[in-house]
Design a protein around this ligand. Structure first.
Ligand code: SF4
Length: 407
């Protein structure tokens, strides 16, 4: 009788423990996605206790980097959670911490988030973008709808978040919104990022009808001359017209999605307009503005003079001897590598969105299933390399993992 009681107690405690772990994982994933940040101890403070660092890190830091909280969008994201997705998120989180603490890569779950690339083509010529510069060594092409559906079918049960963006302009792919519709119908939160030059009336309506959850509109200036300094070849009026079309169709169709915001990449030529973009957003009727810091490849020379002078909007700092270095402390772990992945238009799997030319490809979905790729030797080796010395990997030494992306 006593043995049975203590056995019941143990079962109860185990169930209770996993329940708490599940709830903690939901909350954690929720904050990570809404704030679009990753956990790191970059800002570890030695002057306060460990537990206070954890509290600051988890809540204080996350609240400050969360660019703007949207109640409906947050609830919408939460509504996509299923027991299986929560369980998968818990396994991914557990794998990440175990790997980080032991230095040995383990992966028990599947991606919580993926980025797929509708196309590598783009209509603009932005100076820090390999697509804009036509500088890819990999081929240019369009993601095919059948291939996309097959990939989503393999991942949907565990997947919470799907970003239709890697390189290129998504709206150039004629099947893009049909793919969004397909993923939305599977209960996945869908997002995309666009230069908004193709949001004519018909496309705006189709965007709202597709079920897209989040629409990021890149707009890096409030006047044409400032805007085109980074968005080379772009027309500001077209962007604004596209945004207005989507806002109007949301009202007409009485839809709360997509959550639309302006993404303002802060660079030296536009840093004087950070206040004005808010007014423009209000006038246009979008849900908000987010300021993004810019990655500059050759940050030592900064040939296009893009690094802003306002420190909080820069990923780089100048040392006393004049050298420029990344602010990021480059710790040997990477949450992004554990919870997310990127698939190019032609099915290559790359570790993250910083591998723009797919130089570190870890698999090819044309020749194997996603589950095989996710656990294959190349993927495990890449995870191992991060744990051993992230600064030794070219893409990892100038990336945002562990630093502020949103200003
Ligand atoms: S570049 Fe490396 S460290 Fe940065 S997000 Fe990608 S895999 Fe992680």
């Amino acid at each position: 009788m006593i043995a049975a009681t203590s056995k019941n107690k143990m079962i109860f405690q185990t169930v209770f423990f996993f329940l708490l772990l599940g709830i903690a994982s939901i909350l954690w994933l929720f904050w990570l996605f809404i704030g679009n940040i990753s956990p790191s101890f970059t800002n570890y403070r030695g002057d306060i206790p460990f537990w206070a660092n954890i509290a600051l890190w988890e809540f204080g830091a996350n609240f400050t980097v969360m660019p703007s909280f949207n109640y409906y969008d947050s609830l919408n994201l939460l509504s996509k959670l299923t027991p299986r997705r929560v369980w998968n998120g818990t396994k991914v989180l557990g794998s990440y911490y175990l790997s980080k603490w032991t230095g040995k890569p383990v992966q028990w779950g599947y991606p919580v988030s993926i980025s797929v690339e509708p196309t590598t083509s783009c209509n603009l010529r932005c100076p820090e973008c390999p697509s804009g510069l036509r500088a890819f060594t990999r081929p240019t092409g369009m993601l095919q709808t059948d291939f996309f559906r097959n990939t989503v079918d393999q991942l949907a049960a565990d997947l919470l978040y799907l970003i239709f963006y890697f390189q290129g302009e998504p709206y150039l792919n004629p099947g893009f919104l049909d793919m969004v519709k397909y993923a939305s119908a599977k209960g996945i939160y869908t997002a995309t990022s666009t230069n908004a030059h193709y949001l004519n009336d018909a496309n705006a309506r189709k965007t709202v009808e597709s079920g897209l959850d989040r629409l990021i509109i890149s707009i890096d200036g409030t006047t044409q001359d400032t805007y085109e300094q980074y968005r080379v070849g772009g027309k500001l009026e077209k962007v604004l017209e596209g945004a207005r079309n989507v806002v109007r169709w949301k009202k007409t169709l009485k839809s709360r999605t997509p959550y639309v915001f302006f993404q303002f990449l802060v660079v030296k030529p536009n840093e004087h307009q950070v206040a004005e973009i808010r007014q423009l957003a209000r006038k246009t009727g979008v849900n908000g503005v987010r300021y993004k810091t810019a990655q500059v490849y050759d940050y030592q020379r900064d040939p296009n003079k893009l690094i802003p002078t306002i420190d909080k909007y820069s990923r780089y700092k100048r040392k006393g001897n004049g050298d420029v270095q990344v602010k990021n402390s480059l710790h040997n772990h990477c949450w992004r590598l554990w919870h997310a992945t990127v698939i190019t238009w032609d099915g290559l799997v790359v570790p993250c969105c910083f591998d723009k030319d797919a130089q570190h490809r870890v698999g090819d979905l044309k020749t194997g299933s996603f589950r095989e790729v996710w656990h294959n030797e190349d993927y495990q080796n890449f995870r191992k390399r991060i744990l051993m010395g992230r600064s030794q990997i070219d893409i990892c030494s100038n990336c945002t993992e562990g630093t502020k992306v949103w200003g």
